[in-house]
Design a protein. Structure first.
Length: 307
């Protein structure tokens, strides 16, 4: 006798949802694509990683309706059922940097995504009663802001910066606001500057799988994108001659190759931006490093770092 499929309501109540929020200009936008290299294997472990284009239109449409106050419980069920289909899913990974706010409004209100916490509160409500976890890659504001601005063709610099006091920018302000808005959602943060080395651990955290469960094919994606072609070739040769490196030893090898074969140093590039004084870059960088320590001390926040 065939076993009946679970009802939409039962499926709806059993799914963990990992939401990757970017931010823009971090990790080459690579998270989903690194995970999708192992999509079939992950699905065998109950982790669904779909192409964003297959769910973002419906998610954004339903979220807009939720903000307008016209979403019913049946709409929530239908959205999640559309995302997971008839798969045997226990955890789904969603990714969209715009969920905290549009990139062009990165600094609106004089801080990072001033409305981000409210937007995520709406998202959490939409996805209730599923357990939602948030994943955020942050970046040194001194290198992030010029990189984001480079993506705009016509937006004037003064309009982009607005009344922002660049020396007062703190990621901790945004993360504290998110934590207050959605206290039941665990928050996981990592620094994109460390992504070339810690990427395997980021993939592990997002999928919620033990370290030995999936040997991620995309574990080196960020490192390879950060190194020169010659550096990648040299690294491949070195690792083929020195097999079995793991943990701290492997991290040290990656760090050494980054030191000598990095394709571009974002900090040096930032110092070449017109009207972006070296002293300002250095001051913002020092503030960023102190801000990371503050984030590490926050309750309910996990900072993903190296060994």
């Amino acid at each position: 006798m065939p076993t009946s499929s679970p009802s939409p309501s039962s499926t709806y109540r059993q799914v963990e949802i990992a939401v990757h929020l970017g931010v823009p200009q971090t990790d080459f936008g690579q998270l989903v694509w690194s995970l999708r290299k192992d999509a079939n294997l992950l699905m065998r472990h109950g982790v669904l990683v779909k192409r964003p284009r297959l769910y973002l239109p419906s998610l954004r449409k339903t979220l807009s309706r939720r903000i307008e106050g016209v979403v019913q419980q049946t709409d929530r069920r239908e959205l999640l059922t559309e995302i997971i289909g008839d798969t045997d899913t226990r955890r789904v990974v969603l990714s969209d940097p715009s969920l905290m706010g549009a990139t062009q409004w990165l600094l609106a209100g004089g801080q990072f995504f001033w409305n981000g916490a409210r937007n995520l509160e709406e998202l959490s409500d939409l996805l209730f009663p599923n357990q939602v976890s948030l994943y955020i890659s942050i970046r040194n504001p001194a290198t992030l802001i010029p990189a984001v601005f480079d993506g705009f063709d016509k937006k004037p610099w003064d309009s982009f910066i607005g009344n922002t006091n660049l020396r007062e920018l703190r990621w901790s302000t945004l993360i504290e606001a998110i934590s207050r808005a959605v206290p039941d959602c665990p928050i996981h943060v990592w620094c994109s500057e460390e992504s070339p080395v810690i990427w395997p651990r980021v993939l592990q955290e997002v999928t919620g799988l033990p370290a030995d469960r999936v040997p991620f094919q995309g574990a080196r994606d960020i490192l390879d994108l950060t190194l020169t072609e010659a550096g990648v070739a040299r690294l491949n040769s070195y690792l083929s001659e020195n097999t079995g490196l793991t943990g701290t030893a492997l991290d040290q090898v990656y760090a050494l190759f980054l030191k000598h074969f990095r394709a571009e140093d974002p900090l040096e590039r930032a110092k070449q931006v017109p009207s972006w004084p070296h002293a300002l870059v250095e001051e913002m960088t020092a503030t960023y490093l102190e801000d990371i320590k503050r984030i590490q001390s926050m309750s309910g926040v996990t900072v993903i770092t190296g060994h």
